[in-house]
Design a protein around this ligand. Structure first.
Ligand code: DLL
Length: 426
């Protein structure tokens, strides 16, 4: 679905549209969400202060902690009866953060995903193998609705069960696949193991996201699956997948659907707004959403904004591949994990010291997380017990290594780095 009236709006019209949407949003939040009213008051701003787009910089940013502080639905701007769906993502304290959608929001969600899939090469009538997880994660259901909007025949296979996925690819002949980049490589291995050569695999387009990846992985996925691979980016707090998507013919950054999501790049240290082209933290405002719109959401993702692409006719800006994050969020095989979630499991056990360290490595195509924990007891079943509890409570498979007390690094007054990331950029 290409929407030239939105994706290729003349820039002055787009900026005017954005200003009026933001003004409306800020006024609504002020009237309907006490937490935003309080934040505006603390920052000394009122909705009337937003006269030009530049004025947005005076308004406070929203962080993950705001969602947590108002758990579960304290930031909602509509009555509960108007909600139509809730998604949740992992939180740092064991409690997830919840995001809510009304009919209007689900409509926008389907539209922006349909645009992203279209940009990625999908066309009505194609078969779509959707290997993003269905459930509380926004990936599966979000791409599903967008695919329906575009007119694809979706195979809602969800994540995991690699052998069955390969069978379905063999038998249903999907032209389009969506999954994390790391899982695309797992599927490539499994297809190769069954004797498929890239040119025999029916897939033509891979829509990859939910975790950072690079052109190196792109080249590998393309060569091994015989596809054009493009990026899809998004986050639950803003909508889910479909905040931006890459064009398959161009593959030069992801078009940010600026008629719905207003982007800014902020200096991670000072919080100053940076000009287009400079690297910093992406901050997004979901201007057109109604159930739980967020103003100036600090995504933590490091990227830069690039001008729209002449070749595709789109005027909305593009964002570069995510280079990393400004906080301690770990993305392990597409699952978001905060070190504090691991800490909560360890502290719950009571038998280990509060000192732990996380090392991220990559063996072959998959990321691995090793949790080093200090313990008096190095033998016995403790190691297996920690691995089991982390899987049950955090939802990821990790490897635990026990070490004698006093061997792990301690804070030297400043911020202790709990995570060593030895994964080279993909
Ligand atoms: O990961 C939504 C999504 C689903 C995007 C499927 C694309 C495909 P969350 O679970 O809330 O939502 O995680 C959001 O994941 O802030 C980024 O750090 C990271 N992320 C998402 N897409 C990309 C991407 C979904 N294409 C967090 N490249 C974000 C790099 C990504 N990082």
């Amino acid at each position: 679905m290409f929407q030239p009236d939105r994706e290729a709006m003349p820039l002055p019209d787009l900026r005017a549209w954005q200003l009026s949407r933001l003004q409306e949003m800020v006024a609504r939040q002020h009237d309907r969400v006490p937490a935003y009213r309080a934040k505006f008051a603390a920052a000394g701003v009122t909705p009337g202060d937003l006269r030009r787009l530049d004025d947005l910089a005076r308004f406070p940013v929203t962080r993950k902690s705001d969602l947590r502080d108002h758990y579960p639905l304290g930031l909602c701007a509509v009555p509960r009866t108007e909600l139509r769906r809730m998604h949740a993502s992992s939180g740092t304290t064991g409690k997830p953060t919840v995001v809510a959608y009304d009919d209007n929001d689900l409509e926008i969600f389907a539209e922006v995903v349909a645009r992203s899939l279209y940009a990625a090469g999908a066309r009505p009538g194609m078969v779509f193998h959707n290997a993003y997880g269905y459930g509380l994660f926004t990936g599966g259901l979000g791409t599903h609705a967008g695919a329906a909007r575009l007119g694809l025949a979706t195979v809602p296979v969800s994540g995991g069960g690699t052998e069955r996925q390969v069978t379905l690819i063999e038998d249903l002949g999907p032209e389009v696949i969506a999954c994390t980049p790391s899982y695309a490589l797992v599927l490539a291995d499994a297809l190769a193991a069954r004797g498929h050569r890239p040119e025999d695999i029916p897939l033509k387009y891979a829509v990859l996201g939910a975790e950072p990846w690079s052109d190196k992985t792109r080249a590998e996925v393309e060569a091994r699956l015989g596809v054009r691979a493009t990026n899809i980016y998004g986050l639950s707090e803003i909508i889910g997948p479909g905040v931006s998507g890459e064009d398959a013919a161009e593959q030069r950054g992801s078009y940010l659907w600026e008629d719905h999501f207003y982007p800014e790049i902020l200096d991670p240290e000072t919080g100053e707004v940076l000009p287009d082209g400079e690297w910093g933290v992406l901050v997004l405002s979901s201007m057109t959403r109604t159930a739980m719109p967020v103003l100036r959401y600090w995504t933590g993702d490091i990227t830069r904004l690039l001008p729209g692409g002449n070749a595709t006719g789109r005027t909305v800006r593009r964002m570069d591949q995510i280079r990393g994050r400004s906080d301690d969020l770990i993305i392990l095989r597409g699952v978001n994990v905060y070190p504090t979630q691991l800490e909560a499991v360890l502290l719950g056990l009571g038998q280990v010291s509060p000192h732990y360290h996380v090392t991220l490595t990559r063996t072959g195509v998959l990321d691995e997380l090793t949790l080093h924990v200090e313990s008096l007891e190095l033998g016995g079943s403790l190691r297996a017990e920690i691995e089991r509890l982390v899987k049950a409570q955090v939802g990821v498979t990790v490897r635990c290594e026990l070490c004698p007390p006093g061997t792990l690094a301690r804070s030297e007054g400043g911020k202790l780095r709990r995570v060593t990331d030895l994964r080279a950029a993909r």
